[in-house]
Design a binder for this molecule. Structure first.
Ligand code: HEM
Ligand code: FES
Length: 342
């Protein structure tokens, strides 16, 4: 966790995760080449590389986009989310090989600058069937480059997690560009039914998982109840599991109310690292532990234990006849609040 960015270090899980990524990528490319050559032995090596790495990057992008909602819906997916950034950088490398080979094959052999050639070799921007689809791939690759090169915790801590998160939301824009790249490219190239299948089924899966998660989160936001003397009613205490939290929304902020050792404490739900949902984590060694990468916070003051320096806002709670109430006015980040005993 973040005393500074160096503290997020390599460990054996990260190494194992990376090995799985590299092994799966190699396996995919080999299988793709074998299947393609079985069906069309005339395929050139350049075309093989371009298609194998293009479709690989496309599949990896889908995995990256579904991990978030899947991990929100089922905690068994959290280990995949843990190092999503490595998956992102690997996907960028696959996309770069695809884009690089395409640029070389279609734009580098003339006397025009290859980048200029991508934008100008086909100027039919008004057409659907002859649209210069490679421009869209190029723009998507630029976005993926910005994301991959700022993915390190150094940038996270220097840009602040809010700015970093906004920057990384551009992945959705890149996804739309790539969909258009593949879709419009299919009018001009023999795009395989396999890739078109990924496009259609992938879009349906990504869209429905995001909708289901949004619906669930919307329900959390609506869990507002009666206001009594400035306190908001949240839930019955028995609805909260031991060492776990209930997430609710107060004054437009998500708050996690944790139950532990006969006490209740409330802190802002958003982790200072990458905005992970603290209320979906649990208490480990007396600290609220973020489910994404394990940043920790002391429940009654929202501070990361020393030597770490992250702080989140805290809230006052009260308990009346087993009903938990929260005061919606947040305390400054890191403010000590006496836990509510039960
Ligand atoms: C400089 C950037 C890029 C260029 C110049 C480029 C160029 C091309 C070309 C020429 C094709 C047609 C290949 C063929 O069917 O023979 C293609 C297809 C494709 N591209 Fe790109 N592309 C770029 C970026 C990307 C990126 C960033 C992605 C995804 C992450 C991507 C994914 C795909 C996919 C999935 C196909 C269809 C492959 C198939 O036919 O099975 N491209 N691209
Ligand atoms: S530890 Fe990474 S988001 Fe919380």
């Amino acid at each position: 966790m973040g005393l500074d960015y160096k503290l997020v270090l390599w460990n054996k899980y990260k190494k194992a995760y990376d090995k799985v990524i590299v092994f799966s990528m190699l396996l995919y490319v080999i299988l793709f080449a074998v299947v393609t050559l079985v069906f069309n032995s005339q395929t050139s090596i350049e075309t093989l590389v371009i298609r194998a790495f293009g479709s690989l990057a496309f599949i990896m992008l889908h995995i990256i986009l579904v991990i978030g909602p899947l991990a929100r819906l089922n905690s068994n997916f959290l280990p995949i989310l843990y190092n999503r950034r490595h998956l992102g950088v690997s996907m960028f490398i696959a996309a770069l090989i695809h884009g690089g080979f395409s640029m070389f094959q279609f734009h580098a052999l003339g006397d025009v600058n290859p980048v200029y050639s991508v934008f100008t070799s086909n100027m039919d921007y008004g057409s659907v069937t002859n649209f210069p689809f490679q421009v869209l791939g190029f723009l998507a690759l630029l976005i993926l480059f910005v994301m991959a090169s700022t993915s390190h915790d150094f940038f996270l801590s220097n840009l602040t997690s809010k700015v970093w998160k906004r920057l990384h939301m551009l992945v959705y824009f890149a996804y739309l560009l790539i969909i258009a790249h593949v879709f419009l490219g299919a009018f001009q190239q023999e795009t395989s039914p396999f890739t078109i299948g990924i496009l259609v089924i992938g879009f349906m899966i990504i869209a429905s998982l995001h909708l289901i998660t949004a619906f669930r989160e919307g329900k959390i936001d609506k869990t507002r109840s009666l206001e009594e003397d400035g306190w908001l009613k949240v839930c019955d205490i028995n609805e909260i599991e031991e060492d776990r939290a209930k997430i609710c929304t107060v004054a437009k902020e998500r708050v996690a109310i944790f139950k532990y050792d006969g006490k209740l404490s409330a802190i802002n739900n958003v982790c200072k690292h990458q905005g992970g949902p603290l209320g979906e984590g649990k208490i480990i060694d007396g600290c609220i532990t973020c489910p994404w990468h394990g940043y920790q916070y002391v429940p009654h003051n929202g501070q990361s234990p020393p030597p770490f320096t992250e702080k989140v806002a805290t809230y006052a709670l009260k308990l009346e006849a087993n009903t938990v109430y929260i005061n919606p006015v947040a305390f400054e980040e890191g403010t000590e609040v006496k836990p509510c005993n039960y």
